[in-house]
Each structure stands twice: as structure tokens, then as C-alpha cells.
Design a protein around this ligand. Structure first.
Ligand code: BGC
Ligand code: ZN
Length: 366
């Protein structure tokens, strides 16, 4: 079968690779799920993998099949797969697989303390930009038929979901936390989905991003009943004056200096969630006494978040269903940029790298 692959370490090596079709029996103990891939979304991580800044091939293979935002249909299951997963069912696969730390052993591989982590389509495991994949039922999440159109957004949703669920988990320290005002930094896919999830949890939200309104992303923020502010027109301190103090802030711009501006304006008892993977080596000067004193005297928390657990995927499914009910049609507007067929991987890369109006670029595989 065909797959889109890279040679990790070799810049711009994305190509079509002929690979063996997997089989349910590749997974031990009858837990195999064979999935026909329907759609796969791509993001900044795929961009970095193709630029050879990130990613590794499975041991012994000279290539890595890319793609970690999957959506597919089950075609065959092993004898020990639970009845929630049957042929015809739509499914999304989780991305990270357990290593050896204690967190991995309790199903929280997203919290691993191992140096090496295993992520399908990213690090040491093949991904989903192929005609089929096979996976252990433990890492396959079923979706209702109603999510056929937007199910490919589940994986990025879980990234926002985990960060927000972590924030609520941490804030149980306050016994009576009733967050009212949120600020999301960044209006890409993750920023938009974080704004959605916060609105679904009943918070007022403002989304702070570079480009001045109006454009599709700021319109989408408005459709959620949230406000939009451009960093070219207003500072974060001004946004905090007009919309804060913020109980929860979620950073998803990829521009690390903003973290310290956010830390400086976070409200008392507030929580700042950091979700940008910033591989560069940018340095900035920060008002360290002021930020530190604000954190100490205001009992504030800053927390990093990566990947997502099975619980975040399940809650993600519930939130996608809820989003379709509360903001009908909103999710599908994120699916701006379809690319037809695996063979059009160059077009996929071009859209990913150059199309400034694209929100989600995805491949229609099947
Ligand atoms: C993926 C996550 C992954 C992270 C780090 C993101 O693009 O969506 O699942 O954990 O990259 O590799
Ligand atoms: Zn991703």
C-alpha cells in the first residue's frame, strides 16, 4: 500500500513510499484493530519533521510514515477487541505509546518521565498517512457516526482538552474555584479549539493573536461569543485591563516570549497553561522580580502540557458532540484545506507551509 514518509534527519525528504499492508494479527493477544484511513490532518509538527528538526524512524526502518491526526473506519478486529469497536465504526488512534516510567504503566504515557517517547507519526513509530493502519484496541477511540465530518479534529482537540483538564485538576487546590475569565493566546487550530472548550465550560474568553481582525479565525472566535484582540493593535497588558483579570490563560502561539507577558498579567490564583513546542533558542529579558512576586503573592500556577491521555480523548469526543449541538457547523469551518489523495503530498506541504488562510490542512485518504 501507499504511504507518505520522510527520511528523518534529511530535510525536505517527504515522499510516497510503498509499504506492506498491516494485518490485525500484527497486534498480540487478539487485540488488533485494522483501520482504513479516511482523513489525516497535518500541523506544525509535520512541518518540523519534514524540515528534519524533529522526529525519528522506527528502529531498523530507513523511513518514518508521518501523520498523527487520524480518522478512519474499522475494517477488521481481532477476537479480543471490545464490542465498542466493530467493523464500520469510526475511530481515531491515540498518538503516544507507553514507555517504562510509572506514569506509562498506569496509562498516562502523556506524562512520561522517560527520555525517549514513542509517538505514532512523530517519534520511533509509524503514523497514519497511509491507506491502512493496525493498532491495539487499547489505543483506538470510537466515535459516533455523527462525527464523520469533523472527527479528524479529535487529536488536536485532545491537545487543548488535556491542557484545560490539567488546569481544572490543579485548581482543585482552591476548593471553590469558579473560573470566569479566560484568555487564549494564539488563534491557530489549537487556540481556536481551546477557546471552544473554554466557552463550552461556560467561561468568558478572549483570544489574543497576531493578525488584525476581521479574518476567518477572528470571525470563528466571535461565533463562539468570545472576543478577539490583535497583538498588532493592543498589548496583552491592555487586554488584561479590559477583559481580565484572567483565571485561566492558555498559550498556543509558538512564540515563547509571550509566556512571560502572560505570566505577568495572570490573575490571582490563576493558572497559565503552556502548550507550544518551541524548538528554537530565542532569549528575552523578563521583569523577573515582578513576575515572581506576582506568582508568590497571588498563588499562581504555570503548567506545561503535551499530548493527551485516553481520558482526554474520551472527553474530547464528548466535547465535539457538544460543540456540534451548541455551535452547529462551527467545527467544520476549521477544515479549510482538503488535499485529495496521498499522492498529493507536495500540495499538502505547500498549503501547510505557505497558505496563510488555512486553518486545518488535511488529506482525504479514502
Ligand atoms: C501532537 C502531540 C505530540 C506533540 C509532541 C503534537 O503535534 O499533536 O500528540 O505529543 O506534537 O510531539
Ligand atoms: Zn499535532
Amino acid at each position: 500500500m501507499k504511504a507518505i514518509a520522510v527520511h528523518p534527519g534529511e530535510p525536505d525528504s517527504m515522499h510516497l513510499e510503498e509499504v506492506p499492508k498491516p494485518s490485525v494479527t500484527d497486534v498480540p493477544e487478539g487485540r488488533g484493530v485494522l483501520v482504513k484511513v479516511l482523513r489525516v490532518g497535518v500541523d506544525g509538527t509535520d512541518k518540523e519533521i519534514n524540515a528534519a528538526e524533529y522526529g525519528a524512524a522506527p528502529n531498523g526502518d530507513g523511513y518514518l510514515i508521518t501523520g498523527h491526526e487520524s480518522f478512519g473506519e474499522v475494517v477488521e478486529v481481532g477476537p479480543n477487541v471490545p464490542s465498542t469497536i466493530r467493523p464500520g465504526r469510526y475511530v481515531v488512534a491515540m498518538v503516544r505509546r507507553p514507555g517504562s516510567s510509572i506514569y506509562d504503566r498506569i496509562g498516562l504515557q502523556d506524562m512520561t518521565t522517560d527520555d525517549v517517547y514513542y509517538e505514532r507519526g512523530i517519534n520511533l513509530l509509524h503514523g497514519f498517512l497511509a491507506e491502512y493502519y493496525v493498532e491495539d484496541a487499547a489505543y483506538v477511540v470510537p466515535l459516533p457516526q455523527s462525527l464523520r465530518e469533523v472527527g479528524v479534529l479529535l487529536e488536536p482537540t485532545t491537545v487543548a482538552e488535556k491542557g484545560i483538564n490539567q488546569a481544572f485538576e490543579i485548581q482543585r487546590r482552591l476548593r471553590v474555584w469558579e473560573p470566569r475569565r479566560a484568555c487564549v493566546l494564539g488563534s491557530g487550530t489549537i487556540g481556536l479549539l481551546a477557546t471552544l472548550l473554554l466557552r463550552l465550560r461556560g467561561l468568558e474568553a478572549v483570544c489574543y493573536s497576531r493578525r488584525p481582525a476581521p479574518y476567518l479565525n477572528s470571525d470563528l472566535v466571535a461565533e463562539l461569543g468570545a472576543d478577539y484582540a490583535s497583538s498588532q493593535e493592543t498589548t496583552l497588558a491592555e487586554v488584561s485591563e479590559s477583559h481580565g483579570p484572567f483565571d485561566l490563560m492558555f498559550e498556543a502561539t509558538g512564540f515563547s516570549p509571550l509566556v512571560f507577558e502572560a505570566a505577568d498579567v495572570l490573575g490571582k490564583n490563576g493558572v497559565l497553561v503552556l502548550a507550544s513546542v518551541t524548538g528554537g533558542d530565542r532569549r528575552v529579558e523578563v521583569p523577573s522580580d515582578h513576575v515572581n512576586q506576582g506568582f508568590v503573592l497571588g498563588n499562581k500556577v504555570m503548567v506545561g502540557t503535551v499530548n493527551a491521555s485516553r481520558g482526554d480523548f474520551e472527553r474530547g469526543v464528548d466535547d465535539l458532540i457538544k460543540a456540534e449541538a451548541v455551535y452547529p457547523g462551527w467545527l467544520s469551518k476549521l477544515l479549510t484545506t482538503p488535499v485529495n489523495g496521498l499522492e498529493n503530498y507536495r500540495e499538502m506541504l505547500r498549503r501547510l507551509n505557505e497558505d496563510k488562510d488555512a486553518i486545518k490542512v488535511y488529506v482525504e485518504v479514502g
